[in-house]
Every structure is written in C-alpha cells, then in structure tokens.
Design a protein around this ligand. Structure first.
Ligand SMILES: Cc1cc2nc3c(=O)[nH]c(=O)nc-3n(C[C@H](O)[C@H](O)[C@H](O)COP(=O)(O)O)c2cc1C
Length: 342
C-alpha cells in the first residue's frame, strides 16, 4: 500500500498545521465534543464540529453554544450551514470569537430539512449564491475557510470541480468532496474516481470522503482520487479510533488508547457515556448516548441477549445502564475487528 504512508505527513490548511491526513467527518448528532476528543486522542489528524445553523447561531439560539464551544484541542474547526450571507458571516465571526482556527462551510448535506431551506447541498444548484456565501465568510474572518461538498446535485450536474475552482479563487483553503451526488443521499457506492476531477481543478488540498473504513480503502481512495487526505464518517460508529488507527498504520506505529481487553472496552464505553451525561445533563445525555451504546454493542458484542440489550438501551437509570453495558461488553468479549486494530 504505497499511498498509505502519505497519510502520515503534515498538511497545511491556510497556515493551520494539521498533524496527519486522516480526518473524522462532521456528523450531526454524533461528533460532539466527547466524540471528537476521543477521535483526536487516538490520533485523527483533524476533527470538525457538527454543523451549526448559522441563522440560529447569529440569533443566539440555545444549543449552538455547545456545538461551537472550543474543545481545547490544538485545532478547533467549526462547520457552518446556512443560506443567508449575513448569517454566515456573523456565524463565522462568532465561531472565530470562540477560538475557531478553521471555518468549514457545509455544501454537502442532503437532508430535506436543510436543502429545503436552500442550504447544504442545495447550494450546488446555484453556484453564484454559493459563492456569495463563501465570499461573505472569507471576508468576515481572518482564519482559513474550507468547503465540504458532494459531486453535484445529481448525475446530470456534476459541478464539484467548478464549485471547487471558484471557491479557491474566492480564498478557500481546502475542499472536501463526498463522492456521491445529493440525489444519491447515502445509496450506492461513493465514486472515488470522480473526486479526481476536483483534484485536477484546484491547487488547494482536496480531501476525499465516502465509504472508507479500513487501511486498504484509505489507500485506494487516495490512489483513485489523487486527493491529499481522507475523511471518515460512519465507520467510526462504536469505534472512535478508526481515523487514528489508520493514521497510525500509515506512520508504522500503533494508535494510542485503543481498548485491548474486554474490561478496557467496557471502561471505555462507560467513560464515553459518562462524558455525555456530564456535557448534556442526565435527561438529555441519556437519550443522546443511546445510539453510541447501541453501536458499541452491535460492533463488539453482537451476541448479546435481547434482554441485556434492552436493559442498556431503554433504562432511564444511568447506574443500571452502566451495569448492563459492563455485563454485555465484558461478557461477550471483543470482536476480531478490535483485536486486529489494537
Ligand atoms: C448521521 C450523519 C450526520 C452527518 N452530519 C453532517 C454534518 O453535520 N456536516 C457535514 O458536512 N456532513 C455530515 N454528514 C456527512 C458525513 O460528513 C460524510 O460526508 C458522509 O457520511 C460520507 O462519509 P462516510 O461514508 O465515511 O460516512 C453526516 C452523515 C451522517 C451519517
């Protein structure tokens, strides 16, 4: 895998020095501060906040503060979504005021809730409007601005190379491309070769994204796209160490902090759970943590009984959840996948 070693090298994003080229993708409802801290501690090169609606941020709505809050990590990257230039500029100023080192603009989200408001990937249908948002953000802050996009709206409009080139001309310092169109949502397979057309259109770093979960896939997406870095999302479900373990493999070392025994895995999942309860408070934290607990069970304790699973995923009593989680993860032991990653 000759390409893999390049993932271990530094990357400069408009002056922000990134320690390696394997990134955690922003995922709304998932990559909150506890998750990003874990991914970074395992060695992910860069982690990004969940998207923040710039209109809500500009109006000071509750909940936005947690999304943009500085995590204390060396590079704080905040992603903004929206369709009003004034809100995007104001949101960028607020995020920069919170210490953001990089502002990312979401032009890839396919959700109807977002595209219905002409934000996210809907911006790829109107590049002039997309550019007005980019210019507003670039003009509002001193820190580097980046853009995350899809290949285009649909197969008949694969305009990511044009958007990327215009974004570069407007001062954007890096683009990330998810190798699907908006109309594909998450169906089919990401087209890694199509990302190469974006690579050829610009001279800023290009990050390739979509369906990567292993070292082999990371090497292949780099080879097929010619991209400078790789971004990984859903493969982190129940395994916040995936980006770190791929970056470590590229450097020929092992990633720090990956739990190596059933007991360590149980402690790890419990600590993640407790971090979420302390960030969100017990009532909200309990609910928000359930998807993560479900993924830890699915991935590492697939043989757990329905009764044990129900205990972990439906109880409103944290002590009961923790006991159930310990029983399940420590009893069933570790998946082969975890053994080979450790
Ligand atoms: C639950 C979920 C939430 C997401 N939220 C965001 C987001 O807030 N901002 C964004 O740019 N992309 C978001 N994405 C897209 C991911 O960043 C990524 O582009 C996509 O999942 C493809 O990468 P993967 O195959 O490695 O998961 C989200 C994806 C998922 C599954």
């Amino acid at each position: 895998m000759p390409e893999l070693t390049t993932l271990a090298s530094l990357l400069d994003i408009g002056g922000a020095r990134i320690r390696n080229r394997v990134f955690l993708a922003p995922m709304s409802g998932i990559t909150d501060e506890p998750f990003r801290r874990r991914a970074y501690a395992h060695g992910a090169g860069l982690v990004v906040s969940e998207m923040v609606a710039s209109g809500e941020l500009a109006k000071g709505r509750a909940g936005c503060d947690l999304r943009i809050r500085h995590s204390g990590l060396p590079v704080h990257m905040v992603q903004l979504a929206g369709r009003e230039a004034a809100h995007m500029a104001e949101g960028a100023r607020i995020a920069a005021g919170e210490g953001a080192d990089i502002i990312d603009i979401n032009m890839g989200c396919p959700a109807k809730k977002v595209t219905g408001g002409y934000a996210g990937s809907a911006l790829m249908r109107d590049l002039d409007h997309a550019l007005s948002l980019i210019e507003a953000v670039v003009g509002a802050v001193e820190v580097p601005v980046t853009v995350k996009m899809r290949l285009g709206w649909d197969e008949s409009a694969l305009n990511a190379p044009i958007l990327a080139r215009r974004a570069e001309e407007a001062g954007v310092k890096m683009v990330t491309v998810h190798g699907r169109t908006r109309c594909q949502f998450y169906q089919g397979k990401a087209d890694w070769r199509a990302i190469a057309r974006v690579r050829q259109a610009v001279s800023i770093p290009v990050v390739a994204n979509g369906d990567v979960g292993s070292r082999e896939e990371a090497a292949t997406i780099l080879e097929q796209s010619g991209a400078d870095a790789v971004m990984i999302g859903r493969a982190h479900y129940g395994a916040p160490w995936i980006a770190g373990s791929i970056a470590a493999a590229a450097a020929g070392i092992s990633a720090p902090g990956i739990p190596e025994t059933p007991q360590a895995l149980a402690d790890y999942a419990v600590a993640h759970y407790e971090d979420m309860l302390s960030l969100y408070g017990i009532e909200s934290g309990l609910r928000q943590a359930r998807k993560h607990l479900g993924w830890y069970l699915d991935r590492h304790a697939a043989g757990v009984s329905a009764e044990q699973r129900k205990r972990v995923l439906t109880s409103f009593e944290p002590a009961e959840v923790i006991l159930g989680l310990r029983d399940a993860l420590a009893d069933i032991g570790m998946s082969n996948e975890l053994r080979s990653a450790a």
